[in-house]
Design a protein around this ligand. Structure first.
Ligand code: NAD
Length: 430
């Protein structure tokens, strides 16, 4: 192996800390770079972020005292356009995680061929323990610290874990107050009345449906005879499961953080989700068996959709996964150490950077609509999303066949290839 790749790449990736998302991402990046025989200069540029900002955010709490929160924004790459990526609020968010997620955004945007680079942000805080007023003041001060670095042409944040439409509206307003005019395109995932896009809320789940529709054709299966297991019932898992159910799939299991329900004959998903909404748990739901999240992942099924959180499929359970198709709704649900096992089992993986890219694709549509000041009907948004997801799925499969690699490796190779090409054409300003 050429020495330039030796910084992080190790032959046996089980030697790296399996659950570290940055190392997981880098090991896949290095493998793809090696297979592409990537030029060493491009390799050196693409394996690091463009910029990492760390900000301290004084916030007046309801008690009247000031609390200083620590926040990040990592801008990984701008070669193909403004950086794009969510902002998460969590007590355990850290720079390594944000760095990995920022790079993932670069590769995700390149896989679906939208003209964005990648970024991600985070604030170390416990939003469940904060009032709405405290969250608003913290968000506005964070946005004020980022004023010089974000903008429709620079970096366009979006919601992520524990942030939502309201958070985006506060950031948009703070940015606009300083710009002295309303700048809707500075963030995506806004309320529809404030320049948001129809179909954005369902976009990630809908994107998953579109790629699963394509994947089952490879197995000559119809939706009705396809049994699906979904982990997670939030924005991605819940909406994805509902759309799959509406499209005629047999969803046999679904879970939330506390555990899941299973019925091999299929679950009435809208009813089960209504039950979850009212009782805040699947417990007590009738006509099903109860499984924990580990058992759920190991159920017999045709399509498994991990749509909850990272590292769910790992070296401990990869050999027990029984699906034909793994459609990764969450970011990083499979560790790098599990890749090889899944590949050997012949499982067809729709990697996260394609499977869950419906969200960023409709974010791109939102940004386009904001800049035009002209908004599309929801059926137009959905049709354009379908075009993008299907074309990207087919590009990926062709690429994997042409290079005789698995789909995960192909996704990274395709993305790196696109970003590297654009970087080479622009030239490195060095
Ligand atoms: P969410 O908070 O709406 O839902 C998460 C779901 O997962 C909930 O049902 C929760 O109970 C469950 N869950 C959380 N931790 C769990 C655990 N340890 N074990 C089992 N279940 C658990 O979040 P979301 O927006 O649906 O995001 C889910 C994943 O998809 C995340 O990895 C996120 O980064 C990724 N993602 C989201 C979007 C989007 O548009 N929302 C886009 C791309 C990727």
């Amino acid at each position: 192996m050429p020495s330039m790749y030796s910084t992080i790449y190790v032959d046996d990736i089980r030697e790296i800390k399996e659950e570290n998302p940055f190392e997981s991402m880098m090991s896949r990046f290095d493998r793809a770079a090696q297979l592409l025989d990537l030029d060493p200069d491009l390799y050196a540029v693409l394996r690091v972020p463009n910029r990492e900002l760390k900000v301290y955010i004084p916030t007046r709490m309801d008690s009247g005292r000031i609390q200083v929160f620590e926040g990040f924004r990592v801008q990984h790459n701008f070669a193909r356009g403004p950086a794009k990526g969510g902002i998460r609020y969590a007590p355990d968010v850290n720079l390594d995680e944000v760095r990995a997620l920022a790079a993932w955004m670069t590769w995700k945007c390149a896989v679906v061929n939208v003209p964005f680079g990648g970024a991600k942000g985070g604030i170390i805080c416990d939003p469940q323990q904060m009032s709405v007023g405290e969250l608003e003041r913290m968000t506005r001060r964070y946005a004020a610290e980022l004023l010089d670095f974000i903008g429709p042409e620079k970096d366009v944040p979006a919601p992520d874990m524990n942030t939502n439409e309201q958070t985006m509206a506060w950031i948009m307003d703070t940015y606009s107050m300083h710009a002295r005019h309303t700048v809707t395109a500075v963030v995506t995932g806004k309320p529809i009345d404030l320049g948001g896009s129809s179909g954005r809320r369902e976009a990630t789940g809908r994107g998953i449906l579109f790629v699963i529709n394509e994947a089952i054709k490879r197995f000559k299966m119809t939706p009705a005879e396809t049994r699906v297991v979904v982990q997670g019932s939030g924005n991605v898992g819940g909406i994805g499961a509902r759309l799959l159910h509406e499209a005629g799939y047999t969803v046999v299991a679904i879970s939330d953080i506390h555990g899941g329900i299973y019925n091999p004959a299929g679950i009435n998903i809208p009813e089960a989700l209504d039950y979850l909404r009212t009782t805040r748990s699947f417990e007590g739901y009738e006509g099903v068996d109860f499984v924990n999240n580990q058992e759920l992942l190991e159920l017999e099924c045709d399509v498994l959709v991990p749509a909850a959180t990272e590292n769910q499929i790992n070296s401990q359970n990869a050999d027990k996964i029984k699906c034909k198709v793994l459609a990764e709704g969450a970011n990083g649900p499979t560790t790098a150490a599990a890749d090889e096992v899944l590949h050997k089992k012949g499982i067809f993986v729709i990697p996260d950077i394609l499977a869950n890219a419906g969200g960023v694709t409709v974010s791109y549509f939102e940004w386009v609509q904001d800049r035009m000041g002209y908004f599309w009907r929801e059926d137009v948004v959905n049709e354009r999303l379908q075009d993008k997801m299907v074309a990207s799925f087919n590009d990926l499969c062709r690429y994997a066949d042409a290079h005789s690699v698995d789909t995960r490796t192909a996704a990274y190779m395709l993305a790196i290839d696109r970003v590297a090409y654009d970087t080479r054409m622009r030239g490195i300003y060095a």
